[in-house]
Design a protein around this ligand. Structure first.
Ligand code: KG4
Ligand code: ZN
Length: 352
């Protein structure tokens, strides 16, 4: 990995604050993840049914420094032991990003160590590298296809080398996680809807409802999930709306979205000729999606790599890892506190 050639790198702090999770971690190339801690704001936003940006920023302010102290203590380190500070510089909520960037940049300045502004989606994309490869399994390395499915993104990315990314497919409307969340909400499930809907779907009958697999009947790798949400709305409205029906509809919806994602992944692998697939982002925690892709890989000769469940959703570990890879390549960020709420993954520099 990143430590195999370059200079020895000390512990790198990673700070994630792009949305509603405050994540802090310490990663050291060659030693791996030394500690990580996460504070989720889910309870704070639940009564509003979605993330309230101003509340998110204020809560990051409250939680970041205590979390940082806890993480360093867990790693058995003191602040001066850090050799660099990585932080999510975008994309995300501007106020939330600025909290992480300000703390990270100030700390790096005080310690006179480099700071590295990390692209949040590159963090998700590299997160499987936090896992030890199982015995006999070849470690993940480019080239590969990455399916990045979260509350804000549904991307299929071609990865030639680390840092060299081509967007092969994107969503035309809702992101996959957003579709889960909105569909759950319209059937009265609690926020955040994705995990709640997936849990309910386990008890549903897969044959009771069949929804369409959007945009799979024509070539291309883009997604569209908003029509699926409307189909569910109509099915729910026209039903007896009892608990069995809710579970059956949840199952039908999950089957549709999972199969659609799996079809597009297989298509992207066929198009690129790559034999490795990364699945990451919050929806990557979906058990049915994971099982279906592993099975398809066994049948069709590709291998799927996931982060552990806790690192599918937002976390500091993936930012510390991505930051240390950039640091090893000599790619650090200037002294200004700058964030990018919108940021095209394809504009990142290649890691040599
Ligand atoms: O990556 P993430 O933590 O935050 C963003 O960057 O958006 O992803 C959160 C999204 C939410 O939409 C949530 O409902 C969804 O991931 N999610 C799931 C599951 N766990 C989280 N969706 C389907 N099945 C799950 N098990
Ligand atoms: Zn994310």
């Amino acid at each position: 990995m990143a430590d195999s050639k370059g200079p020895v790198i000390g512990p790198v702090l990673g700070i994630e604050s792009s949305c509603d999770e405050t994540g802090v971690a310490v990663y050291q190339p060659g030693r791996g993840l030394l500690a990580h801690a996460l504070y989720s704001q889910i309870a704070l936003h639940a009564e509003y049914g979605g993330v309230v940006p101003e509340l998110a920023s204020r809560d990051h302010v409250r939680k970041l420094l205590p979390l940082l102290r806890q993480t360093l203590a867990d790693a058995g380190l003191a602040v001066p032991d850090l050799s660099a500070v990585a932080y999510t510089a975008g994309p995300g909520l501007i106020g939330a990003l600025l909290v992480g960037a300000s703390v990270a940049r100030s700390l790096a300045w005080a310690l006179e160590v480099p700071a590295i502004g990390v692209h949040h989606m590159e963090g998700h994309l590299l997160a499987p590298l936090l896992e030890e490869p199982a015995p006999g399994i070849e470690p993940l390395a480019p080239p590969f296809v990455a399916l990045l499915v979260s509350g804000g993104h549904s991307l299929l990315v071609g990865v030639d080398r680390i840092g060299s990314y081509t967007i092969l497919g994107d969503t035309l409307d809702d992101a996959a996680g957003e579709a889960f969340d909105k569909t759950a909400k319209l059937m009265g499930l609690p926020y955040p809807g994705g995990p709640a809907l997936a849990k309910l779907a386990e008890t549903g009958d897969p044959k009771a409802y069949r929804f369409s697999r959007p945009m799979t009947d024509r070539p291309g790798l883009d997604f569209s999930f908003s029509g699926l949400k409307t189909q569910v709305l109509m099915a729910w409205r026209d039903s007896n709306r009892n608990d069995f029906t809710r579970a059956n509809i949840a199952r039908g919806f999950e089957e549709a979205i999972v199969e659609t994602l799996a079809i597009k992944c297989r298509r992207a692998l066929a198009q690129t000729g790559y034999k490795r697939l990364v699945v990451s982002g919050g929806v990557g925690a979906n058990k049915r999606l994971r099982a279906q892709l592993v099975e398809a890989g066994q049948r069709e000769g590709f291998r799927t790599y996931f982060p552990r469940l806790a690192f599918c959703t937002d976390n500091g570990a993936m930012i510390a890892l991505a930051g240390s890879i950039r640091l090893a390549a000599g790619q650090t960020t200037g002294p200004e506190i700058r964030v990018q709420p919108r940021w095209d993954l394809q504009t990142l520099p290649e890691v040599a």
